[in-house]
Design a protein around this ligand. Sequence first.
Ligand code: ADP
Length: 502
Amino acid sequence: MQPHKTSPEAKNTDAHKGYVPRVLVVDDEQRIRQACTVLLQKDGYHVEQADNGQVGLEMIEAQHFDIVLLDLMMPSLSGFDVLAHIRDSHPDTVVIVITGYATLDHSVAAMKQGAFDFVPKPFTPNQLRAVVSKAINYTRALTDIATEKSRMRVLINRLSDGVMATDDKKRVVLCNPAFRRLLGFQGMYQPGRDASEIKGARPLLELMDQALAMPRDEFVELALELEVGSTGAEEGRVLAARCFPFRDRQGLNLGTITVLQDVTAQRRMDQHKSDFVSMVAHEIRSPMSSVLMQLNVLTDGLAGDLTDKQREVLERTTARIQSLVQLSSELLDLSKLESGLISQERERVDARPVILDQVELYLAQAQERSISLTAELPASLPRIVFHRQSLEEVLSNLISNAIKYTPEGGNVWVSAEVEGDELVIRVKDTGLGIAPDDQDQVFRRFFRVKSADTRYITGTGLGLPIVRQILDAHHGRIRLESTPKEGSTFTVQIPIAAEGAR
Ligand code: ADP
């Protein structure tokens, strides 16, 4: 039997972006088909009819319908068979079951098999309208999701940064072309593969494990730099990877997102800058040191007597040159740290005597400014794996800052204790404090707080960046808590060396 066409199409009164929703009525009762058609056409739907299941299926195969109004009780092919076929082959078509009161059980069974809703016969125009309009809203939501998905897919595929998403078993859900290109992955990519099968992604697996283990109240972006594609003859590319978990509404980790960025040019540029700075610093330091020596000859009176005015000028000059020598030494330290030289010379260090030595070194300077400097240490401390001179540098920077930025008569405490598997060193002062906005900034190179109180305190703005670099190189951390006009506490956390570690 030929399908009935019920053109001309009615005006779509409920236009959604100009789209006319398409409805198919499959029922062997002509009266019902006709009633549905008239009513829905009036409401602006495009309606077609089929008087049995077989014809209905053929029509569904030939064209898309948003909604199928389906009678369950039809001769030959039953409504259940039609429903099963639609569920399997046309999941974006919504089925509404039309059924008599006597077959309410069937309607429930049909719902269980994937029907969206049902209208019991006989129904009023309003009942039909309500069910159909609910179904249309549902299909629109599905269409919107599909459109959004397609938009996201195009966007992600066209990004120049690599993006990979995995589920909570580290199986790849999405991996854009840039990600594969950056890692030099040539093979066929199939979603569902284990992330470890993507060549080059292995260093990222640990990052994913950490992201998946992240507690629900924490959201930290995990970062890693990796070098790929280096051969004996050719330098590789440097990739910056960032990884974080994505969560459901309860905050459970559903999987990970990893973003890869090619930072080769940036890193090469940093390297050139750092080489240049260290070359200039080195070239400046030697002549400056010899100028200092010659100034000392003059101020010591070895080249003849000086007038008070001459001595004053020479002393000011000496102070300026000393700060230049200090600046070039610190710049050299920074570039040494950046090149990774420091971290190669680690040893097991007992931090206790190192802390005590550094406190002692600064006692005289503290006394000069009537500042009390005290060490509060337990009888023994576990060892840490550290570059000894760098540990001294961390302490000396923090203690000298605490003294420098504390007004006369204040207090500075240096304490250390074990917290979990870390050695925690605190340098606390009752000094000027640092405003909240400046607290992150003080770890940036050359940053110095500018205020009436700090105007006459000299420095380079490189001490804290050096401290941070040293700690980064030793898997340590530094935290700052500070209240302006009350004081600051710098807390250093360093992993305790496992027995036998070097
Ligand atoms: P600087 O050579 O200027 O001391 P740092 O990098 O060591 O350089 O410190 C950066 C800035 O942080 C300082 O200029 C100062 O403004 C602020 N600062 C550092 N330590 C303290 C402290 N203990 N109390 C108050 N301000 C501090």
